[in-house]
Ligand binder design. Structure first.
Ligand SMILES: C[S@@+](CC[C@H](N)C(=O)[O-])C[C@H]1O[C@@H](n2cnc3c(N)ncnc32)[C@H](O)[C@@H]1O
Length: 351
């Protein structure tokens, strides 16, 4: 560090702290609003101080990396494009969800937009979104919703995957259940320019990803509609992707699947990896990650989350032995570590 830079270091640290505080705290008003609207489920409200403290600490940790605040600021410009959709959709959404709970309904089936063979478990209004993952409204509002849910840590948790992608030589990457593929610009801005094939079941999320690509936010990526349980691209031989990818990434998919679908998806991810290739898996933290004295309260939060966010497989996922599943597919688990409300598994396919 030059003398001038070191003289300004305390100012920069203070600026990072202020940013971390503001970035964390901006989720508090929506939490209070939700607690008021859904008085039957005050548990997340009582857990709010702990979540706030941990979110702030997590922000501070990542903002200690040079340039991370500037990176987040750049990435969040994309959110401004979807802010009008979020503001327009939220009041009507909240009224709709309140009506749903007053009528005692937990799960609504949704209409498929095309004749793609969607699995039954997918045709559900996940996260209480209008037409589940299949509506453009849900794609447009998704990043805002998870930003509120995770107190601004949505992109910070995705960093777990990016940290394990090397820069340099071109690697073939497959992203499974890409959603709107928000992690791609985050990776690009940090020098990971590898070609990415990204798949998802939702035509609406893929449409959003392609729109973002047209605006310059997702270069060198190909988006395909596929089921994670069957990684067979249309029009190609059945085994076209066997051992094709150096890296497979998958962020926040497993907790949305029933057990048999999780097993098939993991088997497929292992199949398409080259020997020696790596699977980078991020998903929700689990029961075993919570200190024993906080588990009872955490379990109440999980039950609340599963019901109020309509996550029918989340409670089963809480006890899922992910390393055992990975090992059963010939993968060696090298890393299993928490990232705020998520965790990262890094597993290598035996050569
Ligand atoms: C919680 S979102 C995660 C999206 C994204 N990975 C991210 O970083 O935000 C879950 C995604 O999984 C997709 N999905 C669910 N079941 C799937 C399946 N069987 N095959 C492919 N995608 C699936 C949904 O459409 C949705 O986009």
């Amino acid at each position: 560090m030059t003398d001038a830079a070191s003289a300004f270091a305390p100012v920069s640290t203070l600026r990072d702290r202020a940013y971390a505080l503001a970035h964390t705290a901006r989720s508090v008003p929506p939490y209070i609003g939700l607690a008021a609207l859904f008085p039957g489920g005050p548990v997340p409200f009582t857990a709010l101080p702990v979540t706030l403290k941990e979110a702030y600490a997590f922000h501070k940790k990542l903002l200690a990396r040079p340039g991370f605040r500037q990176l987040l600021t750049k990435l969040e410009r994309e959110d401004l494009l979807t802010l009008p959709a979020m503001l327009a959709a939220t009041p009507l959404d909240l009224l709709r969800i309140r009506r749903k709970f007053h009528s005692g309904t937990v799960r609504l089936s949704v209409a498929a937009p095309d004749d793609f063979p969607y699995p039954d478990y997918y045709l559900n209004d996940f996260h209480n979104q209008k037409n589940g993952n299949l509506s453009l409204q849900s794609a447009l509002t998704y990043e805002w919703q998870i930003s509120i849910l995770f107190m601004g840590c949505n992109r910070l948790m995705r960093q777990a995957v990016i940290d394990h992608i090397p820069t340099g030589r071109e690697l073939q990457i497959l992203d499974v259940a890409c959603g709107t593929a928000s992690w791609i610009p985050q990776a690009r801005l940090q020098g990971r320019h590898h070609p990415i094939t990204a798949i998802d079941l939702s035509p609406a999320y893929l449409r959003y990803a392609r729109m973002a690509q047209a605006l310059g936010f997702r270069d060198n990526a190909t988006f395909l509609q596929l089921n994670a349980e069957s990684l067979q691209p249309a029009g190609q031989p059945a085994d076209a992707w066997r051992e094709r990818f150096d890296i497979v990434t998958c962020i926040w998919l497993l907790h949305e699947l029933p057990r048999r679908a999780i097993e098939r998806a993991v088997a497929e991810m292992a199949r398409v990896l080259k020997p020696g290739g790596r699977l980078l898996l991020v998903d929700s933290m689990q029961r075993s990650d919570i200190p024993v004295d906080r588990r009872e309260r955490a379990e109440r939060v999980y039950r609340f989350f599963a019901r109020y966010f309509n996550e029918p497989y989340y409670l089963a996922y809480q006890n899922l032995d992910v390393p055992a599943l990975l090992q059963a597919q010939g993968l060696t688990v090298e890393i299993n570590e928490p990232w705020f409300r998520s965790k990262l598994w890094v597993a290598t396919k035996r050569a």
